[in-house]
Write a protein of this length. Structure first.
Length: 253
């Protein structure tokens, strides 16, 4: 039986792993990953739901991500774009564990995640101009939102970054030793899954929507979400736990 290019693992403590099992980004890899992402998008915020997702590779101990092609096959970019947008639309926090050479569409996929943790020997590049093409999976829009205009132009125009430079400019949120990347990522996901799931989803939506509107509108979005959250059982449990000086037991309701 042929091995699937993607594996989805659910963990009982409320998080899931989406694991690449192939060395290259291909249309087949995009097609195999998309149904898993769509399934994750349908999970609610209940007790047994997925409260956090980690995207990583598992080909060897280095956990290096698959490499995009220098000369994309017909249809590849369009399918990669659909995948990237599906990941960006996931309602729960998404963490990318990055290792190896993260470039082009692979980097655009990482930018669609909420948090990025990289091995200390990871390299990042956007080699589109050298290939005579442009980003087509949101990279021209998400990269400057993450690292600023000057940082985005630096990466687009001047070459590649090591993990230190990527961390300095905010492209990644942390750096791990190569052999500790997966274990540290699991700790991050357990911590994320332990937060109030409804509130985490509200927060992600509020922040994302607020980026696209003037401040005044963003404040109204925040106020609406705040008031709506007050009606949830999780909010009441958070208050009770604080008053009783114990850890809250969130149910995602």
């Amino acid at each position: 039986m042929a091995r699937s290019p993607v594996t989805l693992r659910y963990h009982p403590d409320g998080w899931a792993e989406l694991i690449f099992c192939e060395p290259e980004f291909t249309p087949a890899l995009c097609d195999a990953m998309l149904p898993h992402v769509e399934a994750l998008s349908q999970t609610g915020a209940g007790r047994d739901a997925v409260c956090a997702v980690v995207i990583r590779a598992w080909r060897d101990e280095s956990a290096a991500w698959p490499l995009p092609p220098d000369a994309p096959a017909p249809g590849y970019v369009a399918r990669a774009s659909v995948l990237v947008e599906a990941v960006a639309a996931l309602p729960m926090p998404v963490l990318a564990l990055l290792a190896g050479e993260i470039r082009a569409e692979a980097l655009e996929l990482a930018l669609a995640c909420d948090l990025r943790l990289a091995a200390d020997d990871t390299r990042f590049s956007m080699p589109y101009l050298a290939q005579g093409r442009l980003p087509a999976c949101g990279g021209s829009q998400r990269l400057p939102r993450v690292v600023g205009l000057s940082g985005a132009f630096e990466l687009f125009f001047t070459g590649d970054w090591d993990a230190g430079r990527a961390h300095e400019l905010g492209l990644i949120n942390g750096i791990a030793a190569p052999g500790e990347l997966v274990a540290e990522g699991e700790q991050w996901c357990r911590a994320l899954a332990g937060k109030a799931p409804v509130a985490a989803r509200f927060l992600k939506e509020v922040v994302r929507r607020g980026l696209d509107v003037p401040l005044e509108q963003g404040l109204l979005i925040e106020e609406d979400a705040y008031l709506l959250l007050q009606t949830t059982e999780d909010r009441k449990e958070g208050i009770r736990a604080f008053l009783e000086k114990r850890q809250p037991r969130f149910k995602g309701k």
